[in-house]
Design a protein around this ligand. Structure first.
Ligand code: SF4
Length: 361
């Protein structure tokens, strides 16, 4: 059973070939942490992220050299590339001409409105999606003067002003919005407020969330809260970790909400005194294997023969063992006993058989 979620019908926008908003799936994004000027390293990371299920990738463009590298990166990337721009609008114009599909800007940080206008014109000419990325840490002075601190209302006012500016002055609607703060509650309040006032699609997530465990918790709290309310069209789980982990966490959240499934679900027992097998090692190996598999499967890794198969009978397939014997079970029933050192190989073979019998998975 999953929660019933009524998604808000937002406008549909386009980042290259990927549609965002409306009834389109909630898209998973990430960002490279390589030096964009290093084309080989950046493309290698992009391929890894794509393989993990990432659908849109953002890269930073700190200087001319990074922008020059974009030509090859956008040409060879298997997914649309978004450029992350700060301060220098001319870099953004060149990035658009180098083939990016989207650009992320925080308009309030650009001091020269004429330059910003020219960038928006170029984005419009090339059909590049503009993300208005409002960040609590860099709100424009005018708004900060009014609100004193970067409250959710302040962030939303800034976002709405910029959306209206682009729509009214340029008649351009290929826009999505993010309203990020490192405080997850401020973040969700800002998104909720914006969602009440506008139908433009939202890119959700918590910024500067921290390492794998604290960052996953903060992001999960915010993203889950919003998705349960039907808010959010694309997401990035920002982590101080390998960006591939961001993608896995994103899909874990989406799967647990019944919104999208990409990799198998793995259930595992917490272990107790009955465990007579190296369960943590087994779990890690199954988890690493599952990260490279795209199938809607529920697998179980359990610590003892007595209770494991029964406790995990809702899994499609599972393993357990003890005293040198490995057990494979299917829907709670033991189907094979093998020497413990052959357990994983045999398990993966059984999964293959199961998938042949269930091609829809
Ligand atoms: Fe303990 Fe066995 Fe249950 Fe795992 S499956 S928690 S080892 S009783």
């Amino acid at each position: 059973m999953f929660p019933k979620i009524k998604r808000k019908k937002t406008k549909v926008v386009k980042v290259g070939s990927v549609l965002i908003g409306g009834e389109n799936p909630i898209r998973v994004q990430s960002m490279t942490n390589t030096d964009t000027r290093d084309v080989k390293a950046t493309l290698e990371q992009i391929y890894k992220l794509h393989y993990a299920g990432c659908e849109i990738i953002r890269v930073t463009i700190p200087d001319e050299k990074a922008v020059s590298a974009l030509k090859e990166i956008t040409k060879k990337s298997p997914m649309p590339v978004i450029a992350d721009l700060h301060f220098v609008t001319s870099l953004g114009e060149k990035a658009v001409k180098a083939g990016i599909a989207g650009i992320r800007i925080n308009p309030g940080t650009f001091k020269n409105l004429k330059n910003l206008d020219r960038l928006i014109e170029v984005c419009k000419d090339y059909g590049v999606c503009i993300r208005i990325g409002i960040n609590a840490g860099s709100l424009e002075t005018k708004i900060l003067k009014k609100y004193k601190t970067p409250t959710p209302s302040a962030m939303v006012e800034s976002a709405i002003n910029w959306v209206n500016y682009i729509v009214e002055k340029f008649d351009y609607q290929n826009i999505k919005v993010s309203l990020k703060s490192s405080n997850w509650w401020d973040t969700v309040k800002a998104y909720e407020l914006f969602s009440k006032k506008s139908d433009f699609p939202l890119h959700i997530g918590v910024t500067e969330a921290g390492g794998l465990i604290p960052g996953t918790i903060k992001n999960t709290m915010a993203i889950t809260y919003l998705l349960l309310k039907g808010i959010g069209d694309t997401l990035r789980v920002s982590l101080t970790a390998d960006p591939v982990e961001e993608v896995y966490v994103a899909y874990e959240i989406l799967r647990n909400l019944g919104l999208r499934t990409l990799h198998p679900d793995i259930i595992a027992c917490p272990m107790c005194g009955r465990c007579e097998i190296d369960l943590m090692k087994l779990y890690r190996e199954v988890e690493n294997w599952a990260k490279n598999v795209k199938a809607n499967l529920r697998l179980a890794v359990m610590g003892c023969i007595v209770n494991g198969p029964g406790e995990a009978k809702h899994a499609d397939l599972g393993i357990t063992g003890g005293k040198g014997v490995g057990i494979i079970f299917r829907e709670g029933k033991i189907i094979k006993k093998v020497p413990e050192d052959q357990l994983l190989n045999e398990f993966f073979k059984e999964i293959e058989t199961f998938l042949k019998e269930h091609p829809e998975r």
